[in-house]
Design a protein around this ligand. Sequence first.
Ligand code: AMP
Ligand code: MG
Length: 518
Amino acid sequence: MKLNIKETFCEKLPADPILENSRRQVKSAVFSYVNPKKTKDPKVIHISNEMALELGISEEETQSDFFKNVFTGNKIYPNTKPFAMCYGGHQFGNWAGQLGDGRAINLFEVEHKNKNWKVQLKGAGETPYSRTADGLAVLRSSIREYLCSEAMFYLGVPTTRALSLSLSGDNVLRDILYDGNPAYEKGAIVSRISPSFLRFGNYEIFSARNDVKNLKVLVDYTIKHHFSHLENSSKKTYLKFFNEVSERTLEMIIHWQRVGFVHGVMNTDNMSILGLTIDYGPYGWLEDFDYSWTPNTTDRQHKRYRFGNQPNIGLWNLYKLANALYPLIEEVEPLEAILDQYKIDFQKKSFLMMKSKLGLFEEVKNDLELIQNLEDNLQLVETDMTIFFRNLSNFKGDKIGFEIIKKAFYDVKNISEQVKIQWNIWFKNYADRLQKESLNHQQRKEKMDAVNPKYVLRNYMAQLAIDAANEGDYSLINQLFQLLKKPYDEQPKNEKWFTKRPDWAKHKVGCSMLSCSS
Ligand code: AMP
Ligand code: MG
């Protein structure tokens, strides 16, 4: 396996001079050199062949011991120096100081097909940023990250990618429920891939420490390597850079709202500077359409990161980034103008996104009302978001709408007459509105089916794969991986995954709620 290694990050950015792997505050540096931990008995259990090809690794090469050893941290690729990044972050609304890659270790950069990729291991051992934790990851959270990041990619949502999922062969102690009953679980390592793993928190940490010199070095690096269409190093450029980060962040969140993805931990250390979905922890997929839903048990009380609040939190996080960049810009108004624009764009883009889910492309008065009424209806009784929108494209205006979306109701037998009437009213209005479209039913259906996925990684599906894997059966991981590569296609053989969450999963840990323990 020969990779086209092209290091830019470590070459261009300031390194921590201390090489010892001890936990500490790291000043004036973007990263610290640190080697992954050797593991007892590494075993690769799944590979994204498509991602491998993007890196210039053939399918045959992925089968080698060398591949296994490199992507589990047991062998360092020749002439490369692994490192962990230093970043801070606002967690649940509060500044948390230095965080950093506590259990992520960056291996190297690969250039292939004119793209530059950063390769990183998650769960490969402690770093100077591990604080009180062990730097490891367990199988359940690694399966969730691995499957979901690739699934998001195929859904067309900006995201970091995954290359491989491996067992370390070591056991890891975790208290899943935070109830004082820790137990050993299988350790695992995911190799993650992205053009950059920089987060808002990378900029915040320098700003918080009044280290404007290094803040500028990092921002200039980011612009040069990731926003190269902007000319470098002027206040104007920094504003354009912030504007673009703001637009990309919004774009990503609109996609989340479209597919029903709830990130769960939108702390600023989990916000990618490239607007990619990053750090798949206690995320979840909306089943019942409920703006107040959050999968994260740690956030159960305030529900800061609930589905309906994600766009606001994106904006809140951008305020923090604006503060961090302020020393390079020194003007409040233009930063505020960008943040105000986010609010305007959110209204506009969210409206267009919802229209596309309904198959409405003409501009017609009262569409906003039609969408608001739909959102109200969706919250009348427990209604499955994915099934609802997918089946909506079967509505031709003649049939009774209620029959078409019946499959989306969790308790269809007990739906009151009142609820049925409200749905019938809505479908009547929808049918009238469809008259004003120029596309015919088939054309509209194709467009709707391209934005309303048929298959998403429902929380119970990931849990089934986890339960099987814990018993040594990895076949379901592969089955789901293959299924989710074509989320918008009809897959008659896979119709069983186009169903509501089963009853047993409603209150099961891992299926509807998750802790940060991973
Ligand atoms: P998260 O909420 O998972 O994004 O993590 C927040 C911070 O905690 C990051 O700095 C992580 O690197 C760190 N962290 C999470 N889990 C571990 C772990 N098992 N070992 C070391 N650091 C961790
Ligand atoms: Mg994180």
